[in-house]
Design a protein around this ligand. Structure first.
Ligand code: PEP
Ligand code: MG
Length: 575
């Protein structure tokens, strides 16, 4: 019988191949005394493990296409291995305590983590994850019972689907070099470094599949559906036929969509619609260009802060923005200011707050940490002198936040004037509507901002009280919930009344099931993952905007879920 397991699909594509299970739990750290005569041998054993971990990291051999921040992440870990805190201090502990290398490392790691935990600066506090990551590497090298990805013979993994507890970005790059067909992990969220890297590398991947390692046998053939987050073991011929057919249909539909490359997105009745892209890295622009000329409606700048020991400097921000402005060649760039916190921690993805989605994230963190925020604000302002740049604030929930940011922007402007550095004095400042309070008061925000952008990923999470990274409540995540639709409609109408543009940059904007509904609500600016651009454009060209506009607001106000679903379905036929 076919076994179907479900997780979170984070990188689309179907892989079919034998399983390779990576069992890599750390054994309990053992303690044993070392005789005085054996101390120096134990010291050498520790040094050998550090050397081994270093070779392992270096052997990752990053391809030239690797995003620079991933390369920096590996570089940071290499530097940490060489730092006295990990290369020298454990040796002193071995000599002073007369204990084994594993125990000495554990004592040192505990001490380092305590220092990080006590730090006031939330950014630096999260660096403890990097320490833990590097320590884990050394501990595994010391125990060396289970082969690590680098130890597995080169061609053993070719065509395999790797099943692991969790994978670091370095592991993902390494495994991809070894020719794996995809991977599944028990933990992790769709916004983890590894998930994003998998998408960049085009590697089908599913995360959050708890207990999967204990349900599969080494070498067993499975099908992995990275879009749906499904794993099929012992699949029958019907399932294989289904996936073969899907692959063929996907190929055909991709080919068919090519005719929309470079064409305008205009509805049947002549309404022009603006299609923009969401990007995380400069490298994502290649995929944008494959669909024609598009501006960027959401540049998630969190990646600039990840995988490094210190936050980026103003110049580093500016360099990153410049590269994108240049590649966009006159198209608009909307830079979202730092939205760290919740499911986007800087380190391994584990949060330090007890309720991180409701905690110090997004604009709250920035206002709490002006030293973290101001270099970015200055860099965005400076970038605005070099091309059409907008600044977008995430997670606003009250007007005071907007006013505080405006004060900080004024300070940044004054300092740029003093430094005689140019910027666009009319740069447009927008806000993301992703908290129900902001949607309900969108009219007030619209009076104080130049544009609004609806972040449905968070708006749905906060409206329906479901953590977007908790797979146990994922079934409640419903874009068509009447409460969500009313908030979206209220935001679009508030923008219309104030005469400012409203866009949508949450996943909903790139989902063709909702395009008619959103057009009918009055949305005219959609920002999405680059791979959705052509598909959404096709739907737009098939729509009669005026018909949708006449019907949809009434449907949304209707409010009864079963009727609503039926009416929305009918839109596909009518307009
Ligand atoms: C959103 O919340 O819809 C959004 C676009 O922001 P992010 O997914 O980065 O939180
Ligand atoms: Mg958001």
């Amino acid at each position: 019988m076919t076994l179907a397991l479900h997780g979170i699909g984070v990188s689309a594509g179907v892989a079919d191949g034998p399983v390779h299970v990576l069992h890599r739990e750390l054994p309990e750290v053992p303690y044993y005394p070392i005789a005085a005569t054996a101390i120096e041998a134990e010291v050498r054993r520790y040094q050998g493990a550090v050397d081994f971990a270093r070779t392992q990291l270096r052997s990752v051999g990053l391809p030239s296409s690797t995003p620079s921040d991933i390369a920096e992440f590996i570089e940071t870990h290499l530097l940490m291995l060489d730092d006295v805190t990990l290369s020298e201090r454990p040796l002193e502990i071995i000599r002073m305590e007369g204990c084994n290398a594993e125990w000495a490392l554990k004592l040192q790691c505990d001490a380092l983590c305590r220092v990080f935990d006590e730090m006031d600066d939330p950014y630096l506090r999260t660096r403890r994850d990097d320490v833990a990551h590097v320590v884990t590497r050394i501990q595994l090298a010391l125990s060396s019972e289970t082969p690590q990805p680098h130890e597995i013979e080169t061609d053993v993994l070719v065509g395999h689907i790797v099943v692991a507890d969790d994978l670091s970005p370095a592991d993902v790059v390494l495994l991809q070099h070894r020719g794996i067909a995809g991977f599944v992990t028990e933990f992790g969220g769709p916004l983890s470094h590894s998930a994003i890297l998998a998408r960049n590398l085009g590697l089908p991947a599913v995360v959050g599949m708890h207990g999967v390692r204990h349900l599969l046998d080494e070498g067993e053939r499975i099908i992995l559906d990275g879009a749906r987050g499904v794993l099929l073991a012992n699949a029958d011929e019907r399932a294989y036929a289904f996936y073969r057919e899907r692959a063929e249909a996907r190929r055909r539909s991709q080919q068919e969509l090519q005719r929309f490359v470079g064409t305008a997105a205009i509805t049947r009745d002549g309404e022009p619609i603006e299609l923009l892209a969401n990007i995380e890295l400069r490298e994502d622009l290649d995929a944008v260009r494959a669909s024609g000329r598009h501006g960027v409606g959401l540049y998630r700048t969190e990646f600039l802060y990840m995988n490094r020991a210190m936050p980026p400097t103003e110049e580093e921000h500016l360099t990153a923005y410049r590269a994108i402005i240049e590649a966009l060649d006159g198209e608009r760039l909307t830079v979202r200011t730092l939205d760290l916190g919740a499911d986007k921690q800087i380190g391994s993805g584990r949060s330090v707050a007890s309720n991180p989605a409701l905690g110090l994230r997004g604009i709250r963190l920035c206002l709490n940490e002006p030293n973290l925020f101001l270099p970015q604000v200055r860099a965005i302002l400076r970038a605005s002198a070099e091309g059409p740049v907008e600044m977008m604030l995430p997670m606003i929930s009250n007007l005071t936040e907007v006013q505080q940011v405006r004060n900080l922007i004024d300070l940044a402007r004054q300092s740029l004037d003093r430094d005689r550095l140019p910027y666009d004095p009319d740069i447009r400042i927008g806000g993301m509507i992703e908290v129900p309070a902001a949607a309900l008061c969108a009219g007030v925000f619209a009076e104080h901002l130049d544009f609004l952008s609806i972040g449905t990923n968070d708006l749905i999470q906060y409206t329906l009280a479901i953590d977007r990274v908790d797979d146990e409540v994922n079934y409640l995540y419903d874009a068509l919930n009447p409460a969500v639709l009313k908030l979206i409609l209220a935001t679009i109408e508030a923008g219309e009344n104030a005469g400012i543009p409203v866009s949508m940059c949450g996943e909903m904007a790139g989902d063709p099931r909702y395009t008619r509904l959103l057009l009918g609500m009055g949305l005219r600016r959609f920002s999405m993952h680059p791979s959705s651009l052509l598909q959404i454009k096709r739907v737009i060209t098939e729509c009669e905007c005026a018909t949708l506009r006449a019907k949809v607001p009434g449907i949304v106000r209707e409010g009864r879920p079963e009727k609503l679903a039926m009416l929305i379905n009918e839109l596909r036929i009518d307009a």
